[in-house]
Design a protein around this ligand. Structure first.
Ligand SMILES: Cc1cc2nc3c(=O)[nH]c(=O)nc-3n(C[C@H](O)[C@H](O)[C@H](O)COP(=O)(O)O)c2cc1C
Ligand code: SF4
Length: 518
């Protein structure tokens, strides 16, 4: 029988040379007459080890990484096809500490299986949640999701069960499930990683959402910058359709659910749910005023569930193992697990799924290993471009929605971006305003105009034009944007700006004066 060799197809791994590594391994095996099967799997999310190559041995999968094309001859010479020792040996995959210490519920099969093999998915307990859901009424499915405590992983943390119930109870003969896979937050990649590595869990979650709400059609809205995710999702949808998982008779039990992928051009604001719906309808990606809620009047004016990829991918395990099982992970009102994405200037960047409650310090210092440059950590931005910067003094904050709110921060899509002591926080504040100005949909004045005024005010501080007064103006402007903006783009831009100002006041100084002082 062929020896299975796993080389990730994940975009992050491909960017680090995985395609060339896969080709080189296949070529070398052909030259050596070795009988191998190269499986292109998803990533386990340990990006400092990518491309991580695994070999299936009678003792389990053993890993090597990070592998470059130049390492292939040496790996073959070390008999890596039989798990031989090599300088890049990482031991058994499942024993790698970064992976072993996680509680992988949502990402349990990501990296493990062949992403487009439904048999592989089933062999690893895939579809059990859906099979269980098919035995329940719509209200019972909603109850399970509500009881699990699952909250939206897209940013706002709204309880998923409550949203589903609104759509379930909404009148209408046509309802929709829209999966928000726009993933615009800086430093985040969980949606992409799971779509590339385990697309069937998203399909399963969306079908369950359809059964719970009466929606028969689903869309995955993602961005053109995610070509691999688009290809894998489309392939998986085709496989699911051919297998009778999608279509007019889901798993032969008479339920209807169809789905397709829609690709946007990649504007940050198109991740906002109403802007996303406009984009899907072929209109400009401008935010809609709420009410009406998308749950009542969403896609094409019909009741629509808009959920993040990770929210939907968390549903199958809830239906498989029960709401109590899921709810037992986490703390406070933040239940279940959260895939934390550790990025920026960090030694061990990657995805770490764990119950809510780890402190920020544990995430950055212990899991992330501190900065890649080896310099001290100065600030950590959590929750994407609209998230606050945390100084080391707040590193004992537990990863929990309410605890982060107490510190004027947010968890958002759980992206953690690390900066060392060379970062200039005034520049970061200006960047937040500039980002908002560029990405603003233009619908409301505090965001459209306020963000431009914000960059000008920071420039004035930098030039030393009455800096005290400008700082006062900046605070005032942030207040106006926070309370006067229609959506969170304008409303939350003050978070990075104000946290930079409040935690790092020494950085808000005229640069011209600094030069004069030197
Ligand atoms: C400017 C802006 C960008 C957003 N981008 C995303 C995104 O990329 N992905 C996402 O799931 N939610 C994003 N959201 C949140 C969505 O509006 C919405 O709350 C979410 O899709 C709901 O799904 P959930 O309840 O599963 O989190 C964004 C919100 C704003 C204001
Ligand atoms: S806050 Fe900005 S992005 Fe949101 S509606 Fe207003 S102008 Fe558009």
């Amino acid at each position: 029988m062929s020896i299975k060799v796993y080389v990730p197809l994940d975009s992050g791994s491909v960017a680090l040379g995985a395609d060339d590594v896969a080709t080189a391994i296949a070529k070398k095996a052909a030259t050596n007459g070795a009988d191998i099967k190269v499986v292109r799997n998803g990533s386990f999310g340990m990006y400092w080890l990518e491309p991580m190559v695994e070999v299936e041995t009678p003792d389990g999968r053993v890993a090597y990484g990070p592998v470059a094309v130049e390492d292939i001859d040496g790996l073959f010479a070390s008999d890596f096809l039989n798990g031989g020792e090599h300088a890049l040996s990482l031991g058994k995959t499942q024993d790698i500490p970064f992976l072993k210490k996680q509680s992988r519920l949502t990402f349990q099969r990501c990296g493990v299986i062949d992403p487009v093999s439904l048999e592989d998915y089933r062999a690893h307990d895939g579809l059990t949640g859906l099979e269980n859901a098919l035995k329940l009424s719509d209200a019972e499915i909603v109850k399970s999701v509500t009881d699990s405590g699952l909250r939206g992983r897209g940013g706002a943390g709204f309880p998923t069960g409550i949203k589903w119930n609104t759509v379930r109870e909404a009148p209408g003969d046509q309802k929709y499930i829209v999966c928000n896979a726009d993933e615009g937050d800086s430093g985040t990649f969980a949606d992409r990683m799971i779509m590339e590595g385990e697309p069937f869990v998203l399909i399963e979650g969306m079908i369950i959402a359809g059964l719970a709400t009466g929606a028969t059609k689903g869309y995955v809205y993602t961005r053109s910058e995610y070509p691999v995710a688009i290809r894998i999702m489309n392939e998986a949808i085709e496989v699911a359709r051919a297998a009778g998982l999608l279509g007019d008779n889901v798993l032969g039990l008479g339920k209807v659910f169809n789905m397709e992928v829609r690709v946007g051009a990649g504007a940050y604001v198109c991740g906002e749910e109403t802007s996303l719906l406009n984009s899907m309808e072929g209109k400009r990606g401008v935010v809609r005023a709420k009410p009406p809620l998308p749950a009542l009047e969403g896609f094409l004016g019909r009741p629509t569930v808009v959920n993040n990829v990770i929210s939907l991918c968390s549903v199958p395990v809830i239906l498989e193992k029960g709401p109590e099982f899921y709810r037992d992970f986490g703390m406070g009102r933040s239940r279940g697990t959260i895939p934390i994405q550790i990025a920026g200037n960090v030694k061990y960047g990657g995805l770490y799924e764990i119950g809510f409650g780890l402190t920020l310090g544990e995430i950055v210092d212990h899991i992330g290993g501190g900065t890649a440059t080896g310099r001290p950590v100065k600030a950590v931005q959590v929750g994407g471009p609209l998230g606050a910067y945390f100084p080391r003094e707040l590193f004992d904050t537990p990863f929990d929605y309410e605890e982060f709110t107490k510190q004027n921060g947010l968890i958002g899509h759980a992206g953690v971006v690390v900066f060392d002591d060379t970062v200039d926080m005034m520049k970061q504040a200006r960047f937040a305003m500039e980002f908002c100005a560029i990405e603003s949909c233009g619908k409301c004045t505090p965001c459209r105009i306020g963000s431009i005024r914000g960059t000008e005010v920071v420039d004035k501080i930098e030039r030393g034009e009455d800096p005290e007064l400008q700082i006062e103006l900046l605070r005032d402007l942030c207040e106006t944007m926070k309370f006067g903006s229609l959506c969170a783009l304008g409303g939350f831009t003050p978070y990075p700006v104000m946290s930079a100002l409040n935690h790092f006041p020494d950085d808000f100084k005229p640069r011209a004066l600094d030069i004069a002082a030197e």
